[in-house]
Design a protein around this ligand. Structure first.
Ligand code: SF4
Length: 459
């Protein structure tokens, strides 16, 4: 009987995609997926250290796995991967002794199967966990190995790491310096994803619009979008995340000219106060960001914008926070990820700036921001009522058998009644009701969009 693996993933799309890659590698090594830790021979915890609570989840989970071993005698190989593994390394063993067999860094995941085999061979004897945190500059990944978790959307990495060193951010420390993936590799993976029925491609990188192809000096991110647009079988292209500093007129013209590129930009701002943006080392101001939003809307009138926001950054006064609220209102984001600041290990902010906004005040600010944002997105979603929108149906509802969900080009979640065979198809949906987080509608007669391939979509 094949040995079983379980991968538990915390954090961002990059981590989700790394888990897809690790799943493929383990399957190549003969393992089969399970969703039950009690049946798993290997449990991989793919961690995130961007937020404090994400880190805490790792230690809670390790405690649960230790209990599983002592209460039921089930003692799988436990591997910790991802950003906490990269950052904390051996410290994980001190904080949660006796549970972890393998620690594998963000850039060493290709060696996971080998580490798991070595750990299995040594399990039960007096055994020092295996730690592999080597930096690894090769950003290629073997084609066809990734085990994609989603049948409709495919993540494709274009850049690894980041050189920006924003003062609050751990990414340059956990994922290393910026490395571009060759254009040929990216296009081969996009073609493979499309050939296996994935209608939407999501290009991933810390700063996607900084892309410069190492194998084609003429190809920047706009050139890459044009090339991906040509790949047969791709209906939609998304990407995350562009940095406001690298949005150029050429990039906006390219977006406007390519119909498969979704009309959605996730444009992280982090604060509405120039003083705080400076302390964050974001290298743009409130004014230049707002001017950029105007420029984007002039080029792409139908684009929806989303963002990331941090409240309670060191030194943030009530006045600075008011500027965050006023910028939020001025831009009118369709959605927002907002967080209370917490110092992340090794970052410039942790080393140099006192975390001086009280927890209560951070809570007050995040509640105020989230309530404003909720109001804004409720209003924006309400504007869709009565309109017909193109929706790529990407999932059947877990709650109701006859309900499906998908997204508009602008990334609004649409729920609708319909049969499971519609998953993977673009449909015209008339919106009938709207809430703060999604809208609800009914399908009109035909299938819409650039292409319709029922065989590839599994219908
Ligand atoms: S741009 Fe800044 S926030 Fe984004 S990954 Fe790089 S360092 Fe982190």
């Amino acid at each position: 009987m094949a040995r079983k693996y379980l991968i538990e993933t915390f954090g961002c799309q990059m981590n989700v995609h790394d888990s897809e890659r690790m799943a493929g590698l383990l399957e190549q090594a003969g393992f089969e997926a399970t969703e039950d830790a009690a049946a798993a021979d290997v449990v991989v915890i793919n961690t995130c250290s961007v937020r404090e609570r994400a880190e805490e989840k790792l230690f809670t989970r390790l405690g649960e796995l230790r209990q599983l071993a002592s209460a039921h005698g089930h003692d799988p190989i436990v591997a910790v991967a991802g950003c906490v593994a990269q950052q904390e390394g051996e410290a994980i063993l001190k904080r949660a002794p006796g549970v972890t067999d393998v620690i594998v860094g963000t850039q060493a995941i290709r060696r996971l199967p080998m580490l798991v085999e070595q750990a299995s061979a040594r399990k039960g004897r007096r055994f020092t966990p295996l730690i592999d945190l080597d930096p690894f500059d090769d950003v290629t990944f073997p084609l066809g190995v990734t085990r994609r978790a989603d049948a409709v959307k495919a993540y494709v990495t274009i850049i690894e790491g980041c050189n920006e060193f924003c003062s609050f951010c751990v990414v340059p420390y956990t994922r290393g310096h910026e490395r571009m993936r060759p254009k040929a590799d990216i296009l081969a993976e996009v073609a493979e994803a499309a050939a296996t029925g994935h209608r939407e491609v999501q290009l991933l990188g810390q700063i996607v619009n900084h892309y410069a192809a190492p194998d084609d000096p003429t190809c920047d991110f706009s050139g890459l979008l044009e090339a991906v647009h040509e790949v047969p079988g791709v209906d939609r292209i998304r990407f995350a995340s562009p940095h406001p500093r690298h949005v150029t007129p050429r990039f906006l013209q390219t977006m406007a000219a390519l119909p498969k590129v979704c009309r959605h930009l996730h444009l992280p701002v982090q604060s509405g106060s120039t003083r705080i943006l400076d302390a964050m080392r974001r290298r743009y101001t409130r004014e230049s960001y707002l001017a950029l939003v105007d420029e984007i809307r002039a080029s792409l009138p139908d684009v929806s914008l989303s963002t990331d926001m941090i409240v309670g950054f060191p030194g943030e006064t009530v006045g600075d926070f008011e500027e965050t609220l006023s910028l939020t209102a001025a831009v009118g984001y369709h959605s927002m990820f907002s967080f209370k600041y917490s110092a992340r290990p090794n970052t410039l902010a942790e080393k140099r700036l006192a975390d001086d906004v009280t927890e209560d005040e951070k809570t007050r600010r995040i509640v105020a921001l989230q309530s404003l944002q909720r109001e804004i997105q409720t209003g924006l979603n309400a504007r869709l009522v009565g309109q017909t929108v193109d929706v790529l149906i990407d999932a059947a509802s877990r709650r109701r058998e006859t309900e499906l969900s998908g997204r508009t080009s602008g990334n609004v979640v649409v729920n609708l009644p319909g049969p499971g065979e519609w998953v993977g198809h673009l449909r015209a949906i008339r919106v009938e009701r709207a809430g703060p987080h999604s809208v609800w509608g009914q399908a009109l007669g035909g299938v819409t969009g650039h292409r319709f391939d029922s065989a590839a979509a599994g219908a």
